[in-house]
Design a protein around this ligand. Structure first.
Ligand SMILES: [Zn+2]
Length: 426
C-alpha cells in the first residue's frame, strides 16, 4: 500500500467504526481492522475522526471573467481547508457563462493547473441554447442549471414556462439532470426599501412554492430528472415529499435567522433569502425526514464593493466554502444529530446527486479523498482562503476542526493536483 490511515472513528457508508483505510494508486483498496498489519509506505494512526472528503456541488468560482470575485486557486484552497475535496462549479457569474461547449472549454482552460481539489462543471440552460444542451452533456457536464427568475447577471437570463418545458423535453432524451433556482419571477417584487424585512417581503415563500410546483409537474410530464437548488422555504417541503425531485439546502438557511440579521449586514443577503427561525426548524426536520437530500454551500462571493448599499441593491450571495462543515456540524450536534448524518448530507448525498460514483464515501474502489476531522475541537472564524474575507460567519465560535486533507491519497499541501472531472460515462 502507499498509505494506511487508521482511526477509532472511520465514517463508512453504514456508519462510523474503528478501522484502517488502505490506499494504493490514489484509490481505497480495502478497509480492514484498525489494528491489522498492513505493509505500507506510510502508516498513520489518527486520534481524530476520518471522514470521506466532502462534495460541494454548489460553488460559484467566477473565473474567468469575474476572477476578482473568486478564482479557482483561492476557491479550491479554501475548499481543501474546509474538508471539501470535490467541488462542482456553477455555470454563471464567470464570463462567458458555461452555456456552450466552447464556453465550457474556456472555463476548463482557465481552471487547468490551478486546482487544489477536484473540480467538475455544471452547464447552463438559458433561452436560446437548447441545441447546446446535448453537446454539453456529451462534453461531460454533470447537469444543467436554470433560473425561473432573474439571475442577477444579464448574460444568464431565466427560462419562461415554455422554455422550461422545452429544456425538460430536451434533457429527458439523454436522461440529464436539471438543477433549478426555484423562485418564480412573477411572484417576486422590487424591495420597497433598503432594510432586511423589505428585502424578505419582496421574495416570499410563495415564489419558491410556485417554482417548485412548475419543476415537479415539468419533470413528471417528461419523466425527467430535476433537483431544487438552495431550498429556503420550508413550506415547500410537503410538495417535494414522495416525488422523484431531489432538494438541497445550505448552511446559511440552517444556521442563520432573519430576526437576527443586523441592520445593513448585506453579507447575509442571498436569494432565496434567509427566513425566520421557525422556518429554520422546519428545514432541519426536512433533512431528518430525508426530503432534503444534501447540504451544499452556494458559495457565491463578491468583492466587498458589490456588497455596499442596502439589501435592495447589494449583490446577493453568501461566502462560506471553507466553513460549511463546522457551521453545519456545530448546529447539527446541538440538535442531536450525529456526525454520520452530516457526512451523508455533505459527502455521499451530493456525490449521488452529481453521479460522482468514486467520491463522497470511504469504500473499496472510491477515490482516497479523506479528511482528518476533530469533531469536538472549537475554533473562532478568522483567516479564510476565500478571495474576500466577507462572510456572515466572521468571528463565529464553531465546533469541528479539519486537521488534514488527502486528495486521491496525497495530502493536500497547496500544490494544484486537483483534476478537472467529467461526468461518469456509464
Ligand atoms: Zn448559487
Amino acid at each position: 500500500m502507499d498509505l494506511v490511515l487508521r482511526s477509532g472513528e472511520v465514517h463508512l457508508l453504514d456508519g462510523p467504526r474503528p478501522a484502517a483505510v488502505c490506499v494504493r494508486d490514489g484509490r481505497i483498496v480495502e478497509v480492514v481492522d484498525r489494528s491489522a498489519t498492513v505493509d505500507a509506505r506510510q502508516d498513520l494512526d489518527l486520534d481524530v475522526a476520518l471522514l470521506p472528503g466532502l462534495v460541494d456541488t454548489h460553488v460559484h468560482v467566477n473565473e474567468p471573467g469575474r476572477t476578482h470575485w473568486e478564482g479557482f486557486a483561492s476557491a479550491t484552497t479554501a475548499a481543501a481547508a474546509g474538508g471539501v475535496t470535490t467541488i462542482v462549479d456553477m455555470p454563471l457569474n464567470s464570463l462567458p457563462p458555461s452555456v456552450t461547449v466552447e464556453a465550457l472549454e474556456v472555463k476548463r482552460a482557465a481552471a487547468a493547473g490551478q486546482c487544489v481539489v477536484d473540480v467538475g462543471f455544471w452547464g447552463g440552460a438559458i433561452p436560446g441554447n437548447l441545441g447546446d444542451l446535448v453537446p454539453l452533456h456529451e462534453a461531460g457536464v454533470f447537469g444543467f442549471k436554470c433560473f425561473l427568475s432573474p439571475s442577477g447577471v444579464p448574460e444568464f437570463p431565466p427560462l419562461d414556462a415554455a422554455g422550461l418545458d422545452a429544456v425538460f423535453a430536451e434533457l429527458s432524451t439523454v436522461d440529464a439532470l436539471l438543477i433549478v433556482h426555484a423562485e418564480d419571477g412573477a411572484a417576486l417584487t422590487d424591495p420597497a426599501g433598503p432594510t432586511y424585512p423589505e428585502f424578505l417581503a419582496a421574495r416570499p415563500e410563495a415564489a419558491e412554492r410556485a417554482a417548485i410546483d412548475a419543476v415537479i409537474s415539468g419533470a413528471r410530464r417528461h419523466s425527467a430528472r430535476a433537483h431544487i437548488l438552495h431550498l429556503s422555504a420550508a413550506s415547500a417541503l410537503p410538495r417535494l415529499a414522495g416525488t422523484r425531485v431531489t432538494a438541497e439546502t445550505c448552511p446559511h438557511y440552517l444556521t442563520l435567522a432573519a430576526e437576527k440579521i443586523p441592520d445593513g449586514a448585506t453579507e447575509f443577503k442571498c436569494c432565496p433569502p434567509i427566513r425566520d427561525d421557525a422556518n429554520r426548524d422546519r428545514l432541519w426536520r426536512g433533512l431528518a425526514d430525508g426530503v432534503i437530500d444534501c447540504v451544499v454551500s452556494d458559495h457565491s462571493p463578491s468583492p466587498p464593493s458589490a456588497k455596499q448599499g442596502g439589501f435592495d441593491t447589494a449583490w446577493g450571495g453568501v461566502s462560506s466554502l471553507q466553513l460549511g462543515l463546522p457551521v453545519v456540524w456545530t448546529e447539527a450536534r446541538h440538535r442531536g444529530h450525529a456526525l454520520a448524518d452530516v457526512v451523508r448530507w455533505m459527502a455521499s448525498g451530493p456525490a449521488a446527486l452529481a453521479g460522482l460514483t468514486a467520491k463522497g464515501r470511504i469504500a473499496p474502489g472510491a477515490d482516497a479523498d479523506l479528511v482528518a476531522f476533530a469533531p469536538d475541537e472549537e475554533f473562532t472564524v478568522g483567516h479564510l482562503h476565500h478571495r474576500h474575507p466577507l462572510t456572515p460567519y466572521a468571528g463565529a465560535r464553531l465546533r469541528g476542526v479539519v486537521h488534514r486533507t488527502w486528495l486521491r491519497g496525497r495530502e493536500v499541501d497547496g500544490e494544484p493536483t486537483g483534476k478537472l472531472l467529467r461526468r461518469d460515462v456509464p
